[in-house]
Design a protein around this ligand. Sequence first.
Ligand SMILES: NC(=O)c1ccc[n+]([C@@H]2O[C@H](COP(=O)([O-])OP(=O)(O)OC[C@H]3O[C@@H](n4cnc5c(N)ncnc54)[C@H](OP(=O)(O)O)[C@@H]3O)[C@@H](O)[C@H]2O)c1
Length: 227
Amino acid sequence: MSERPIALVTGASRGIGAATARALSETHDVLLGGRDGEALRELAAEIDGARPWPVELTDPDAVAAAVRDVDRLNVLVHSAGLVELGAVSDVSVDSWRRTFELNLFAVTELTRLLLPELRAASGHVVLINSGSGLNAKPNWGSYAASKFALRAFADVLRAEEAANGVRVTSVFPGRVDTDMQRGVVAAEGGEYRPERFLTPESVAGPVCTAVRATGDAHLTELVVRPS
Ligand SMILES: NC(=O)c1ccc[n+]([C@@H]2O[C@H](COP(=O)([O-])OP(=O)(O)OC[C@H]3O[C@@H](n4cnc5c(N)ncnc54)[C@H](OP(=O)(O)O)[C@@H]3O)[C@@H](O)[C@H]2O)c1
């Protein structure tokens, strides 16, 4: 890779992560996180300076092995996530655990492992949160709880790492036209109307704005709603 700054984007095989990887690639070499090796290879072939970084994020040993080839990092974008809808009366503890494993624990562990590189670069951590990280609604219990916790993690990390020059941004999108949203609408039993939702690019844009902000500016929280 060249000496351009490096960004690692999780969830880059699809949706918001893929759009963010494309947008960041104008200024950064990008490591494309995800599990679908073929999708990652196809995207890497489209983007100059990008390469696949396949890993199952809920497997701590696999994550520890994967970070060994990251010796320099300027930006870490956490976009991988999942949602499983259901009322508290119906949702199993396994579903709560799956949600927290990916939406929270995978984020905390990957961040922890890469903090030395991020500190060395006075880097930036971006967390793709959700409107559900600000407002909890019926049937969204495990997802909202994981995203509230993700917001708390971001706030703590920002305070702890300020002295090391690491910036931390939480992004709170409303509904976005992605595979995840198709699954949500199918579970809700509604008609899928993508024009009512944000495009993935409309979330990627604010991520880039936060990352490219001048050093005197720390964009801590960005709320992006469909207009
Ligand atoms: N879509 C929305 O309406 C919306 C709204 C607000 C916030 N968000 C948040 O935005 C983020 C991205 O959502 P999206 O809609 O782009 O999702 P998506 O289209 O469902 O894509 C999910 C991504 O996460 C990756 N992923 C899932 N499980 C993984 C695992 N165990 N290990 C590694 N990677 C894994 C997937 O990789 P593979 O396909 O390679 O497995 C995929 O790249 C999520 O954090 C979500 O909560 C979404």
